[in-house]
Ligand binder design. Structure first.
Ligand SMILES: [Zn+2]
Length: 195
């Protein structure tokens, strides 16, 4: 199971175990509803992609609000617009409070000499090969502005604090009920944004 629209800390990174624990606590003993996204129900590793509601709480958004996950959106209508907006609002509230990941040193600061450019859902280093040809036409953006608008760092040019561990796949796995158990639970065709 992978949670749509978010990215949780990878194993070995700050707050990894906190995020795993929060995720488990949110679903434990609760009625869990899964909404998959039409045409995007599995990722490249065969994991189910989903919005998960447990006891009336959208787990994806709650983890972001706690500062235990970052918003990670895609430009393919993977999740409904109102859910996307809710995730961005949750990230801003976490940033305002410097909660979790946003309380870590350097989480919001553009590094000296670093020039960042924005595409719709990502921010890049100016020299990123993905945007090289059009980089100068893209709007300059600070790290904090980018994060507050729901953009995430490009995984190719990695505008992050450290460049050391390069890993392409996020680890937004969550300790959720097994696929067999989930299949027996009610499944909603559409997400209605009940918050
Ligand atoms: Zn890039």
């Amino acid at each position: 199971m992978r949670l749509l629209g978010i990215d949780t800390p990878e194993k070995g990174k700050s707050l990894y175990s906190e995020a795993q624990r929060a995720c488990a606590e949110l679903v434990e003993g609760r009625q869990v509803e899964i909404q998959t996204s039409g045409g995007h129900s599995k990722d490249a590793y065969g994991r189910t992609l989903a919005l998960v509601t447990a006891g009336g709480t959208l787990v994806n958004e709650d983890l972001v609000a706690r500062g235990l996950a970052r918003v990670y959106l895609k430009d393919d209508g993977e999740i409904p617009g109102d859910v996307e907006e809710g995730l961005i609002r949750a990230q801003n509230s976490a940033i305002d409070a410097r909660r979790g990941l946003w309380g870590l040193r350097g989480a919001l600061e553009t590094r000296p000499g670093e020039r960042l450019r924005a595409t719709r859902y990502r921010f890049h280093k100016e020299a990123c090969a993905d945007v090289k040809s059009l980089s100068r036409q893209l709007a300059p953006i600070t790290r904090e502005e980018a994060l507050r608008s729901g953009r995430s760092p490009c995984r190719n040019c990695l505008p992050r604090r450290r460049r050391r561990r390069r890993r392409i796949s996020g680890s937004n796995d969550c300790s959720l009920p097994s696929a067999d158990r989930v299949a027996m639970m009610p499944r909603r065709e559409e997400y209605h944004g009940s918050r």
